[in-house]
Design a protein around this ligand. Structure first.
Ligand SMILES: [Zn+2]
Length: 173
């Protein structure tokens, strides 16, 4: 049985989605609620404005919540999305491990309005670099098992790097 709090939280999501549609946007909204019942993140889909295909409401809400918590772990939190999440958001939600995800619109009904993702992504493994990639993973794995001062320092340093720096270093790579 769904409690009144859940109904109220979902109504807040619907209100956000309604506002988006009224302003010519997409009908997507997500909120993240902590164990105390406080909304710690709310987001809508901004792909049309940012041109970032990952800017779905769920992903953006996860980014806001995890930034606020300074943790990628949303254990104990609940996520409310207007519809059953797309495969990308579903995967991201699984990584964040919230206590529960609520949605109002079933996948089959949502799909009636969405263009199906029929693009077959061409992918290929660069086998010549398989061993080198494996070495990097082995190195990372062994450093996890035997943490020493410099590793801890390195991790701490990386964590305190501003997001802009991380993005730049990734782009340089
Ligand atoms: Zn999505």
């Amino acid at each position: 049985m769904i409690c009144l709090v859940v109904i109220a939280m979902m109504q807040a999501v619907l209100d956000m989605a309604q506002e988006e549609v009224d302003r010519g946007g997409l009908p997507f909204a997500t909120i993240v609620v902590n164990a105390q019942g406080e909304i710690i993140a709310r987001a809508v889909n901004t792909v049309a404005d940012s041109h970032d295909p990952t800017d779905h409401a769920e992903i953006r809400a996860l980014r806001i919540a995890t930034q606020k918590l300074q943790s990628s772990d949303l254990s104990g939190h609940e996520v409310y999305a207007i519809g059953y999440p797309c495969p990308m958001c579903l995967a991201a939600l699984k990584l964040a491990k919230p206590k529960k995800v609520y949605f109002a619109l079933a996948l089959k009904d949502k799909n009636k309005f969405m263009k199906q993702a029929k693009y077959a992504l061409p992918m290929e493994q660069v086998k010549d670099k398989q061993e080198k990639a494996l070495d990097i993973f082995k190195l990372w794995s062994s450093s996890q098992l035997k943490p020493h001062a410099s590793t801890t320092e390195h991790v701490r340093h990386k964590r305190t790097q501003p997001a802009s720096l991380l993005v730049r270093s990734h782009a340089d790579f």
